[in-house]
Design a protein around this ligand. Sequence first.
Ligand code: ADP
Ligand code: MG
Length: 471
Amino acid sequence: MEIPMDTVWKTALTSLRGKLSSENFGTWLAPIVFDGLSDRTLSLRIPNRFYQDWITNHYQDLLFESLKAELPEGEAPTKIAWTVDEALQEKVKDRAADLKRSEQRNDVQVAAAPVAAVASRKESPLTRPFADLNPKYRFDNFVVGPSNQLAHAASKAVGSAPGRRYNPLFIYGGVGLGKTHLMNAMGHEMLRSNPDACILYLSAERFTNEFIWSLQNHCIDEFRKQYRENCDLLLMDDIQFLAGRDQTQEEFFHTFNALYHQDRQIVVTSDVYPHEISKMEERLISRFQSGMVADIQPPELDTRVAILQKKAEVEDINLPGDVAHYLAQVVKSNVRELEGTLLRLAVKADLLARPIDLNLARESMRAVLPPPDQAMSVEDIQRAVCHYFNLKLSDIKSKRRHRNISYPRQVAMYIARERLGTSYPELGERFGGKDHTTVISAVRKISGLLEHEDESTGTAIEAIERKLGLA
Ligand code: ADP
Ligand code: MG
């Protein structure tokens, strides 16, 4: 079946969406219009020239890589033909304006795509039309679990009573675990009770760029005024970017003090604990630690399932429980990746006009998962299963059919098939010379139990896979 080119483009973008921060995705990739691909040249339309430089330097490789994964050998693009289309610029601006209006109405239900924050570099970066909050990131769609409970509770407290107990609030945790989401949620929460509040959300990278720009263009007073005088809530994302940037750190230190002394709330995020930020001034670190420090850890399995379900609900994707469970088991470390996987699956299902089910999920994961660990053998799995069910290896390979033995045997066959992809006849061999049809029905039976969310089977498989280092 030939897959239409727009769909290839859409699928590639969806997978990129899983790899980039939503701010970057929304700013740089979402506004692009795809005009076709021929002779290995990708034709793209962009709002202005600035996009061309930026994408070429930052995203071209990723873009090519994602397209390559969707296209037959030898058809992947190797270059890009750019067209500047000013109409797109208008669209980017309209979208920003729409968003502003919807925020003014406090219409938090409106789900708009993240807006391009930087439309044209010719304008002063200091003109900021609105708080730059992402309307998608709110408390009501943030799933709370043991891994993020503390950070969530502190953020809630800040959102409803800024400048009081937790000032500053420092949130740290790995990539894609919800730091930016919580920051934006605090902003929305504060706007709800005080629509006139002045909220500044920005990355430390942007702060740095604006600072440098202001120095070069002799408007440092304007810059300082913006940050030090009118701001009720400063949300500074990814502060680790300031590492080694002494002058910007100094500037931020004074900004911090000015706000702090006016009881204005400051929230800072980082990918590491304050002390672990390399090349950060001690006095800044001690400021960060003077308030509340909360971490976010990678979510547990149940939280991952709940996040997927929430995301499916928001995106109107019909996601069966067993598929949610499967995806949550495979993608473990990062929520952004988890969401990307779900969106990718949804696009695939749409494309192929198939329902989202376990088979489709497995097929689509096979392409992206690393090849199974060669070191792991069927026997490793058999041993882990025997250990869990308290059996001997010889039991599982025997011909005995008592349920105490046949059920663990079926579980072992299922895991081996799923995780190693070993053929049915070979599995039959490894389990003491059984017929391949026995293996097929064992795998079906266990899949069926999982589909019906049979608790003890789910728990057993999870524990065994964890022991094997697979979950
Ligand atoms: P970080 O800033 O820590 O790198 P983000 O806040 O950008 O991570 O989160 C990455 C993606 O995962 C976002 O789309 C966000 O909405 C989503 N996400 C992260 N944690 C949660 C959660 N607990 N509940 C719902 N969505 C989450
Ligand atoms: Mg972030």
